[in-house]
Design a protein around this ligand. Structure first.
Ligand code: CA
Ligand code: CA
Length: 217
């Protein structure tokens, strides 16, 4: 299938494990379901499980399936982040905790990955902390806290598999979370947490959520 909008040509007759069909597929393929799927005929026996009838079959392949994938890490490496390839809107199994001592600023890195099958963009929404522990979001050097807080932040178009990284900085307010006791600075126990969602622009019913928690002491 050739997409003139992206210039990409993709193989439709792929098996359930992603490998090429082991026999011929024919040129009578048709778009169906408003272009969301293709039906085609193939003699391949590895496109679905248990295709043992030794003859050609008609196959239906869904083309576009949107899927945001949020992940959070303590470093700018997506491989070290939690929540990758985990999909839910409760942030279950997708939680990262940061510890700040004596008003030190701490960072988390949010990755919004396109785990869908077509190019897509994603809106990102997260809270901006409280009076004790304000949270800021950065796209590169640009402070995007206001648009993330309103839910309007847009990653821009990401190819399937590509991701956008945002840095989230928690900077506890020294005058509120630390006090002098016998000449020494002592941190006060405060905590804050927010759920950060990613929503597919192509299919806004597809959402993903991670949880960022910050503890101060
Ligand atoms: Ca995820
Ligand atoms: Ca992923």
């Amino acid at each position: 299938m050739h997409d003139p909008a992206t210039g990409e040509t993709t193989l439709i007759s792929k098996g359930y494990d992603g490998v090429e069909g082991d026999d011929a597929s024919y040129d009578r393929a048709s778009f169906v379901d408003g272009g969301d799927a293709v039906v085609f005929e193939s003699s391949a026996s590895n496109l679905v499980i248990n295709d043992t009838n030794l003859t050609h079959d008609i196959f239906y392949r869904l083309l576009a399936a949107a899927q945001p994938d949020n992940a959070l890490g303590k470093s700018a490496s997506i491989g070290a982040a939690v929540g990758g390839d985990v999909y839910n809107t409760t942030a279950s199994g997708q939680s990262l905790g940061l510890l700040s001592r004596k008003a030190s600023a701490v960072n988390a890195y949010l990755f919004v990955q396109n785990d869908g099958s077509a190019a897509d963009a994603f809106r990102v929404r997260g809270q901006a902390g409280n009076a004790f522990i304000p949270l800021s979001y950065f796209a590169g050097a640009k402070n995007v806290t206001a648009t993330v807080k309103s839910g309007a932040y847009n990653t821009g178009t990401l190819a399937a598999g590509a991701s956008r990284m945002l840095k989230s900085e928690a900077a506890p307010v020294r005058s509120k979370v630390a006090k002098l006791r016998k000449g020494k600075t002592v941190g006060l126990r405060k905590s804050y947490a927010t759920v950060i969602t990613g929503t597919s622009v192509a299919d806004p019913t597809k959402q993903e959520a991670v949880r960022l928690g910050v503890d101060h002491r």
